[in-house]
Design a binder for this molecule. Structure first.
Ligand SMILES: Nc1ncnc2c1ncn2[C@@H]1O[C@H](COP(=O)(O)OP(=O)(O)OP(=O)(O)O)[C@@H](O)[C@H]1O
Length: 404
């Protein structure tokens, strides 16, 4: 499977406006148990070994690079896990509980306005198949989002390493994602960027247990509809690419259909890859195919009838005819081997209050403060700490995805 996709710009104006951006893949490897009830119960895995704890960077040097204040920090940073398009993600340990977390560092400044929806929406969602957003805090230069740690990396890597997934594994992951997505929609949050890179793996014992992680393009839709063109090329629904008209939560069903295709086929349904074409030409070609739902199941990969049938019902251009989440939940392929608890899980989750670790008022205050530019610090080596500045994004082909 080719390993990069392109992003459509974020909703609000920012220092980085139009963008095509390469997506990173996760590198998590260790296993860790967790506590929620879920569609699939993960197998408990051992605590960190001494060797794992003695990471070469566990001496505080990473901490000093990030906030220059290793001694007072609540979390001890140990290593960088990944670099996202707007962030750096670090592994860290809570100094009191010694629990492992992931911390996403985002540069402070006006760009943080764009993060309000991401962080507030994420914190509202408390679900076993969604990475827990625990709290935010400020360092002199960064807004830090503390997340539940996912030891297994992301689903893209998982699929890529295996070529494609067998029917049972793909179904188990898909069941978990459908239940998570139904919960988001019940909370009136549309994700708009579902893809394997934004799906993290908690266990790697052959029964993967997954969680959604990135709500960067999510929108809480209570009275308004969505208009803005956001998402990732190759997963974005045709109604978003077409632009102009209102669209709704059915766009997530389309993306989930693409994600299911990627799992069972090991390739993208629409994304065109060619060394002979430049990014703009590839983008246009992909867009043309999405708008016509022009994809095929390749002859050399065996896809079960049930999975293929469900994908066909999800990748329907007309949103009135596209299968709904409740339709998916009735589909025989989805129902096969479905854990009993899955169908009642969301009723329980919808009763769980959000903002238990950090109050909404605190969150709002910190987010407002984060919009003020951070103070430039010098790191322990004496040089200015610019390594965490978001990468510059290159521009997207005009007319193909600008803001509405
Ligand atoms: N809680 C976590 N535990 C472990 N790894 C994580 C966690 N959150 C993120 N990652 C890793 O970091 C990668 C990027 O994370 P995320 O998508 O949240 O960042 P981003 O800046 O929004 O990236 P992009 O815009 O490129 O999608 C993920 O694909 C995953 O590999």
């Amino acid at each position: 499977m080719g390993c990069s996709t392109s992003k459509i710009p974020t909703e609000e104006p920012s220092t980085q406006t139009s963008a095509v951006e390469t997506i990173n893949q996760g590198r998590g490897t260790q296993q860790e148990g967790q506590h929620h009830s879920s569609v699939e119960q993960p197998t408990p895995t051992p605590a960190l070994t001494g060797e794992q704890q003695r990471h070469p960077e566990a001496d505080g040097s990473v901490q000093r690079q990030v906030d220059g204040n290793a001694e007072k920090a609540k979390y001890r940073l140990t290593r960088q896990i990944e670099r996202g398009s707007h962030s750096r993600i670090f592994e860290a340990f809570d100094r009191v509980t010694n629990k492992r977390v992931a911390i996403k560092f985002l540069a402070r400044g006006v760009y943080c306005k764009n993060l309000r929806a991401e962080i507030t929406n994420h914190m509202m969602l408390v679900h076993p198949h969604i990475i827990e957003a625990k709290e935010v805090y400020l360092t002199p230069q960064f807004l830090a989002l503390v997340l539940e740690y996912a030891p297994g990396g992301d689903l893209f890597k998982y699929v890529d390493a295996r070529g494609h997934l067998d029917d049972g594994t793909a179904r188990r992951i898909f069941q978990q994602l459908v239940i998570a997505l139904e919960y988001c929609h019940e909370k009136k949050v549309i994700n708009r960027d579902l893809k394997p890179e934004n799906t993290l793996i908690m266990t790697l014992d052959g029964r993967p247990y997954v969680k959604l992680c990135d709500f960067g393009y999510s929108k809480q839709v209570i009275e308004t509809k969505c208009k803005t063109q956001v998402g990732t090329v190759g997963y974005t629904a045709p109604e978003i690419l077409r632009g102009g008209s209102d669209y709704n939560s059915a766009c997530d069903v389309w993306s989930l259909g693409c994600l299911l295709y990627v799992m069972v086929v090991g390739d993208y349904p629409f994304l065109c890859e060619s060394e002979r074409l430049d990014d703009k030409a590839l983008f246009r070609r992909t867009q043309d195919r999405v708008l016509k739902a022009d994809y095929i199941f390749p002859g050399d990969v065996e896809v079960s009838r049930g999975a293929a049938d469900l994908i066909r019902q999800m990748l329907v251009v007309d949103i009135e005819k596209r299968i709904s989440i409740s339709g998916i939940k009735r589909h025989p392929w989805f129902r096969q081997d479905l854990p009993k608890a899955a169908l009642t899980l969301n009723q329980d989750c919808l009763r769980v209050p959000a903002f238990q670790i950090q109050s909404r008022a605190d969150l709002e205050r910190i987010l407002a403060e984060a919009e003020h530019a951070g103070v430039a610090r010098t790191n322990s080596a004496g040089s200015s700490n610019s390594v965490f500045a978001p990468r510059r994004l290159s521009s997207i082909p005009s007319g193909s995805s600008g803001r509405s």
